[in-house]
Design a binder for this molecule. Sequence first.
Ligand SMILES: [Zn+2]
Length: 67
Amino acid sequence: MRPESLKWIEAAKVLAADPEAKVHCPKNEDEFLEVHDVPNPADPDQFERHLICPGCGATNILLMRKS
Ligand SMILES: [Zn+2]
């Protein structure tokens, strides 16, 4: 696995637990990741958590389940 993938997994773990956490972009470490929660209209019990770097545009999407 590429180091970048491992960093995304680590970032996802941190931001799944705390969406306010400051996590550097796993791709270029240029900016802190922005977090946007997007509802899933097909399943109200789930939503997508989009992790987006405002610097380079790197994006990762987590599927979250509402607790
Ligand atoms: Zn970036």
